[in-house]
Design a protein around this ligand. Structure first.
Ligand code: HEC
Ligand code: HEC
Length: 414
């Protein structure tokens, strides 16, 4: 066989995906040197075949993996990466695929960082060798394109920074409700009685808190509704703190929004952009301002009562509610009391000021809703509306913070 025909045969074999036979051929030819084919087989193929996820998953919870950039044979891999402009044949060290792999969070997980460095040195060694291989350079095959196949919106949705933002929006802003017993700066008594694991809030650190919740199985990514984070405070299972949420109340809805979405994201459920959940129209923040209603008829015992507050403006009552609160009625004493959450339309100027947890003194309209028919129990995603509106009351308050300084009002007689 002449050299020319041998060359052609190798190209054909590579192109048709006969990795083993082709590499045996090349090894015989290049004995002792590190041919690109040897490097591909020894260092790139194992990444392709690995059961474990690649380093990309440290920032992309699903949808993206280094495997998507590898084809079962070297020729297709090279051609696909080159066509995607991820390999720079003139300046191989500057190949974009290397920049991709090198990307790491500020504080990478040491195990993942080790995987990342291995991936990087494998790809660098292979690319440096491959760009010298004239058979690869002249290959004009049309392999399947390199990279993820999902729409870019789905890939963006599954990015860890986006997932964190949703966690902060939906859960972190609510944990103030649970802090008295679950935050390490406030729960010495609970720890003495129940042990360290009662401290599931990591102070001022939402990222570490989410990680803790996952590690301690407080979040169940397979069955998000069964997460202890939901079933404990709603008393669907026994809870040392008693009932802190009702199925369908605002906190519950927010917890569910995050948990359902998180589960779908890590499982890679979303395939198209219109399957992605929309963010809520409103943002909120828990405050230390308390509101109490008394004189509530006993028939409303244990029913969810929701108060929305509208602020007086020159043009009448504000268009959007500026605060809200919901909790079960305590029928035996005819009362209801709870802390307020301040609210604002997402992306409004007001939304940026919610974190101070204040409500300006002045005149407000309270709209009071009661879920007398337990509508939210059967459909936790429903909202209370006209059918549940039981009354409106004007109220004037300076809205001081603290349980001992709560604003008091009388339930309107119906
Ligand atoms: C340190 C976190 C981090 C790591 C690790 C990471 N990425 Fe990304 N990736 C991002 C961010 C952030 C973006 C959003 C666009 C940008 O900022 O470049 C992104 C965007 C992307 C996109 C484009 C989607 C879009 O928004 O247009 C792809 C594809 C991608 N990354 C693939 C990968 C692959 C493959 C790996 C592993 C080799 C990886 N990423 C590792 C953070 C990361
Ligand atoms: C008045 C105190 C108190 C409040 C407030 C409270 N809890 Fe608890 N919680 C406890 C106690 C005590 C335990 C430990 C006993 C148990 O597991 O029920 C506990 C346990 C838990 C656990 C299980 C922790 C583990 O590692 O097993 C979860 C999850 C939980 N609570 C969620 C919540 C949520 C969510 C809130 C706020 C909406 C909340 N709790 C508010 C007292 C409280």
């Amino acid at each position: 066989m002449t050299n020319g025909r041998m060359f052609l045969l190798v190209v054909l074999l590579l192109g048709s995906g006969e990795v083993n036979f082709a590499s045996r051929h090349l090894r015989g030819e290049d004995l002792g040197s590190s041919s690109s084919q040897q490097i591909f087989k020894r260092r790139i193929l194992p990444i392709f075949q690995a059961a474990k996820p690649s380093s990309c998953t440290e920032c992309h919870l699903s949808g993206v993996d280094l495997k998507q950039y590898i084809r079962p044979n070297q020729a297709d891999t090279f051609a696909a990466l080159r066509q995607a402009r991820l390999i720079d044949v003139d300046n191989p060290e500057a190949s974009k695929i290397l920049t991709f792999i090198e990307r790491a969070p500020d504080d990478p997980n040491p195990v993942t960082q080790e995987i990342r460095e291995k991936e990087l040195s494998a790809f660098r060694a292979w690319i440096l060798a491959a760009v010298k291989d004239s058979s690869l350079l002249s290959n004009e095959g049309k392999p399947q394109p390199a990279g993820p196949t999902l729409p870019v919106e789905v890939i963006r949705h599954a990015r860890k920074d986006r997932v964190m933002a949703s966690f902060i929006d939906n859960i972190w802003t609510e944990v103030g409700r649970c802090a008295a017993c679950h935050s390490p700066d406030r729960n010495q008594k609970q720890v003495a009685e129940h042990g360290e694991e009662v401290s599931w809030i990591v102070l001022n650190d939402p990222q570490a808190t989410l990680k803790y919740m996952l590690d301690a199985d407080l979040i169940n990514p397979k069955q998000p509704r069964q997460s202890l984070l939901l079933t404990k405070p709603t008393l669907q299972v026994e809870h040392g703190g008693g009932q802190k949420m009702l199925v369908g109340d605002r906190s519950y809805k927010q917890f569910r929004r995050f948990l359902d979405d998180y589960a779908a994201t890590v499982r890679g459920t979303y395939q198209t952009a219109d399957q992605l959940p929309r963010a809520s129209d409103e943002v909120s923040n828990v405050t230390e301002i308390w509101l109490k209603l008394d004189g509530i008829p006993a028939k409303y015992d244990k029913k969810l009562l929701q108060v929305d507050l509208y602020r007086e403006t020159d043009a009448g009552w504000s268009e959007h509610r500026v605060a809200t609160s919901d909790r079960a009625v305590f029928g035996a004493k005819g009362l209801w009391q709870h802390s307020l959450s301040v609210t604002a339309p997402r992306d409004s100027a007001q939304a940026k000021r919610l974190s101070d947890g204040k409500l300006p003194p002045g005149k407000y309209l309270m709209r009071i809703y009661i879920d007398a028919a337990d509508k939210l129990q059967s459909d936790p995603s429903a909202e209370l509306g006209k059918d549940e509106l039981v009354g409106e009351v004007e109220i004037n308050s300076r809205w001081p913070a603290g349980y001992g300084k709560m604003t008091k009002a009388r339930f309107p007689v119906d």
